[in-house]
Write a protein of this length. Sequence first.
Length: 93
Amino acid sequence: MQRHIVLFRVRDDVTDPELFAAMDTLRALEPVAGAELWRIELSIDVRKGRVIVEDATFTTDAAFSLFLALPEHRAAGEVMARISDWWVGDYSE
């Protein structure tokens, strides 16, 4: 199994409607991601600002590789690059 966890630190000048639209963009990846688990949540801890959490589990390396190559994944990355900085944690279980 591959775990894919991304923390998106949303910039302070981003409005709430922009933030929620970005979360919808990430949630729209679920049907095409090929993940066993796909969660997009807003962190309840706001000490470092607003953080969107992407938490995904892929059952195979191949499924994870396919997800990374999806045009939809790249397009979502472009959306997130406009409003946030992020940190990725990928690991095998």
